[in-house]
Each structure stands twice: as structure tokens, then as C-alpha cells.
Design a protein around this ligand. Structure first.
Ligand code: KG4
Ligand code: ZN
Length: 348
């Protein structure tokens, strides 16, 4: 089954052709990052206009690269949410027009399920069940993926997403949008123990009872206070040290809760998904989980786990992941495709 997938939920205009959920025939992305960088973040109206400008070109390019014609395509997949409403509508309306003109079915896809599916494209043998750590710019979830379409969220953020925390801290440090990759880079030459930022576990020390929710909104104030204090006292501060210490504080909590959840639910695979899954320190911590000790006393020396993270280019937004999940969601073919609408706050 060949699926033409379209993704326009934020600032990437993307299209891909995916065969049987696992094989990438083409994966084409036009990133608007340079345009939004000027404003320090994504401007929704500008994103929609640029999607409109580029979508035909990107779809034609991806078909060409896949060596397929429209006649070879069995279904069209499109992201219906979560995301920016105007941006989503560009992709959805394009999918509707194609479906109508070519008489093809539409499979609506949840963007966050798409992020989870990115690993199916990187690991051909990967199958549920597994614990998925979904960490993007807008969302943070710990989810048990029991089957391709049976996903249970066991924890989420109560405020900011982890990617949002990275972007806000980056801005405080004078870095441009999107800040995550720059914090990652700066942290590599910083000392993660230079400053102790608070770890927000949301449970007491040594508590076996688990709360898998997160809170990342306090950390940006922590970083800001540290910088302001240093300025007031005329003490020079070191940006790589701040970046590394910030990372240590959010990643300790993220990794600790992920490992606790895998242990509690007896899952032997952890899969990382979403833009923050590109983070080098997160990948390193997950790979070396047996050697980590946490300040709540936890260690996971005796836990046997396989860790998976998708190829870097599949972590951030793309249409290949939408085409993969659409294959597993193929029973959800829309009965009335022309009535399909965007769902900006669609949950996992
Ligand atoms: O999944 P994604 O492309 O878009 C959303 O669906 O939100 O994630 C984008 C987020 C941004 O917050 C960006 O700063 C973050 O992923 N990100 C990173 C890294 N690469 C991207 N955060 C930390 N380290 C990275 N290397
Ligand atoms: Zn995303």
C-alpha cells in the first residue's frame, strides 16, 4: 500500500510517499525556520501563507522523488492535529482536493501518533508494546504503546512542554529560535554540575508511588533568576555551564520517570519520539541508563531494556512519520473526507 502523506501542522511544509508503513520512497521537507527566526518563534499567519505558497511544489517533488504518479497512490494521509489551525487547514484542504480529483481515500492522522511512528521507519523490526517518551515543542507524554493504534498516556506535562522549556531557556541565553539544538550544542562544552537547578519530580524522595506527570515551567525562571543574580553581583556567568545544568535538571526528571514507568509496567523497550529526541545528551543518558544515579536515590542497574530513537531527520516534523502511522490507521479512512476539519488541540 502506497500512501502520500501531507504534514503542515507547524512550520514545516512536508510530503512523503511511504510503502506499507515502513519503507520511505520519498520524504520532502520545506522548513520555514529561517523566516520565523526573525520573530523569535513561529508566527501562525506567516506559517499558513508559506504552506500555501509551497505545498504544490513539495507534493510534486515528493512524487517525483518516489518515482510514483498519482495513479500509483492508494490513499492520502494528512495531519489533522494538534497544531496551528491555519497551518493544518492548508494541508487538509490540499488533501481534500486531491482526494476529490483523484477519487482516493483520506486517512486522518494525529501528529503525535506520527511522532511515535517515526521509529517504525528507522527500525524495521520494532513492534509494540513499548514505552514511548514523546518530547516535542508543544507536547510531552509518557505513553504505553500497546499496539499501533492502542496508546495509553500515563503522564503528561502540567504546564510547558520540554521543547518549549528548551526554547525559552535558549532565548534567555540569547540564542535564536529554535533554541533546542543550540542549547544541546552549548551544553556539550559546559559543566552539568556547575549550577544545581531544581528537579521537579512531583513526588517525594524514595517514594515508590509514581506520578508520571511533568512540570517544566519553573526552570526558565530558575535560569533567569540565576542570570539576574549574577548580573546584580557583577559575577560573570558561563553560558555553556548554564545550558548543561539546565539540561541536567530537565533530563534527570524525564529519564528517571521514563525508567520508573518501564519498570512499573514491565516494558522492555523504550522508544524516544519528537523533536527533543534529537537531543544528544538525552540519547546518551538513555543509552547509559544502567550507569545513572539520580538525586532521588534511584538506580536502574538491574533493569533490562532496549532503547530506540529514530534517525535525527525523523525526530523533528516530517511527513514520512504521518505516512507510517496512516498505514496502521488505515481502517480509519474518512467516510466523508470533504467534511474533514482541523483539530488544533487533538490529544494523544
Ligand atoms: O517535534 P518538533 O519538530 O515539533 C513539534 O511538534 O513541536 O519539535 C520541535 C522542538 C523544538 O522545541 C526544538 O527546540 C526541539 O524540538 N529540539 C531540540 C533539539 N532539536 C530540536 N531540543 C533539544 N535538543 C535538540 N537537539
Ligand atoms: Zn511535531
Amino acid at each position: 500500500m502506497k500512501i502520500l502523506a501531507i504534514e503542515t501542522s507547524c512550520d514545516e511544509t512536508a510530503a512523503a510517499v511511504i510503502e506499507d508503513g515502513r519503507k520511505i520512497l520519498s520524504n520532502t521537507i520545506y522548513s520555514q525556520i529561517e523566516i520565523h527566526r526573525l520573530y523569535g518563534g513561529v508566527v501562525p499567519e506567516i506559517a499558513s501563507r508559506n504552506h500555501l505558497d509551497k505545498i504544490s511544489q513539495i507534493i510534486n517533488l515528493t512524487l517525483e522523488e518516489s518515482s510514483c504518479s498519482f495513479a500509483d497512490i492508494d490513499a492520502i494521509a494528512v495531519t489533522i492535529g494538534p497544531g496551528l489551525v491555519g497551518a493544518l487547514l492548508v494541508g487538509i484542504n490540499y488533501a481534500k482536493s486531491l482526494a476529490y480529483a483523484l477519487n482516493k481515500p483520506i486517512i486522518p492522522v494525529n501528529h503525535m501518533e506520527g511522532h511515535i511512528a517515526a521509529s517504525y521507519l528507522s527500525f524495521e523490526d520494532l513492534k509494540p508494546p513499548f514505552l514511548c517518551v514523546v518530547v516535542s515543542g508543544g507536547h510531552t507524554y509518557l505513553a504505553i504503546v500497546r499496539d499501533y493504534t492502542d496508546i495509553e498516556v500515563i503522564g503528561t506535562t502540567l504546564d510547558d512542554a520540554i521543547g518549549e522549556a528548551y526554547d525559552k531557556v535558549a532565548r534567555t541565553l540569547g540564542m535564536t529560535y529554535p533554541g533546542g539544538p543550540q542549547v544541546d550544542k552549548a551544553a556539550k562544552i559546559g559543566n552539568p554540575e556547575a549550577i544545581h537547578f531544581k528537579r521537579t519530580y512531583l513526588y517525594e524522595k524514595d517514594d515508590e508511588c509514581t506520578n508520571y506527570n511533568f512540570s517544566f515551567s519553573g526552570i526558565k525562571s530558575g535560569v533567569l533568576n540565576y542570570i539576574n543574580n549574577s548580573k546584580q553581583k557583577n559575577i560573570e556567568y558561563n553560558i555553556p555551564d548554564i545550558a548543561a545544568s539546565f539540561q541536567a535538571s530537565v533530563l534527570d526528571v524525564l529519564v528517571n520517570k521514563s525508567l520508573r514507568a518501564a519498570k512499573q509496567y514491565k516494558l522492555d523497550k523504550i522508544v524516544l519520539a519528537g523533536g527533543v529526541a534529537a537531543n544528544s545528551r538525552l540519547r546518551e543518558m538513555m543509552k547509559n541508563y544502567k550507569n545513572l544515579t539520580f538525586d532521588n536515590g534511584d538506580n536502574f542497574k538491574n533493569l533490562e531494556l532496549e532503547i530506540y530513537y529514530p534517525n535525527l531527520s525523523l525526530c523533528t516534523d516530517n511527513a514520512a512519520m504521518i505516512g507510517s502511522q496512516a498505514y496502521y490507521r488505515r481502517k480509519s479512512i474518512s467516510d466523508s473526507p470533504l467534511k474533514l476539519n482541523a483539530i488544533p488541540n487533538l490529544q494523544l
